[in-house]
Write a protein that binds this ligand. Structure first.
Ligand code: C5P
Length: 218
């Protein structure tokens, strides 16, 4: 079974995708973590984030792996655990730029397709239904109001020790959504066969129950 989940920043995709995968007993793949990992490595190496060729060379020489330690999923960059580092605001601020380059996306999409080739997966991102799993059994598009998404992001950041003003977060989220929706390749969009769920007034459990119901009905 292949399940694609796309949607804007802060719509709850990763939490929901993880829970859904657990309920179905299948693997969860967080594709945003892959773009974040490349961004982290590029920043550490002082690579110009506007230079597509350098980023392309970098991704060719970067191993990105997921590893489940029995409790949570870890992200490894060339064997190093970067799970926490890739969530830092500095990475979030630059990731859409890195993800905007077609040659970088091509490599990422190829790797993601390979990961989903032989196993059942729930995969979340921006271009999953369109580019990575065009034949997915289900294509969900999760969204929520900008207020709700900024609130959720703020709670996440507070848990990480950052206190960022809500209006600033709203602006950042809007900017990232615009960048993700307007790029040439792999743009965020609702597809003809997307099942749209507005999670603004729903709990995580309600959303997952709703998705399980849709999967059970088909
Ligand atoms: O899902 P998350 O917010 O961690 O994704 C971070 C960024 O990675 C997105 O804002 C987007 O620019 C990029 N991304 C992408 N395609 C995907 C997943 C994420 O371009 N499939």
């Amino acid at each position: 079974m292949k399940i694609a989940i796309d949607g804007p920043a802060g719509a709850g995709k990763s939490t929901i995708a993880r829970l859904l995968a657990r309920r179905l007993g299948i693997i969860y793949i967080d594709t945003g973590a892959m773009y974040r990992t490349l961004t982290l490595k590029a920043l550490r190496q002082g690579i110009d984030l506007n230079n597509e060729n350098e980023l392309y060379q970098l991704i060719l020489h970067t191993d990105i792996d997921f590893f489940y330690n029995g409790e949570e999923q870890k992200v490894l960059c060339d064997g190093e655990d970067v799970t926490e580092d890739i969530r830092k605001p500095e990475i979030t601020a630059h990731v859409s730029r890195v993800a905007s380059f077609p040659r970088v996306r091509k490599i990422m999409v190829e790797r993601q397709k390979r990961m989903a080739d032989k196993v059942s997966v729930v995969m979340d991102g921006r271009d999953i239904g369109e580019c990575v799993l065009p034949d997915a059994d289900y294509k969900f598009f999760l969204t929520a109001s900008i207020e709700e998404r900024a609130e959720r992001r703020r709670r996440e950041l507070i848990a990480q020790g950052y206190d960022i003003d809500l209006d600033r977060l709203k602006e950042e989220i809007k900017k990232r959504d615009e960048a993700d929706a307007s790029r040439e390749v792999g743009a965020l969009k609702i597809l003809e066969d997307s099942i749209v769920i507005d999670t603004s007034h729903m709990s995580i459990e309600e959303v997952v129950d709703n998705m399980m119901k849709i999967i059970g009905e088909k």
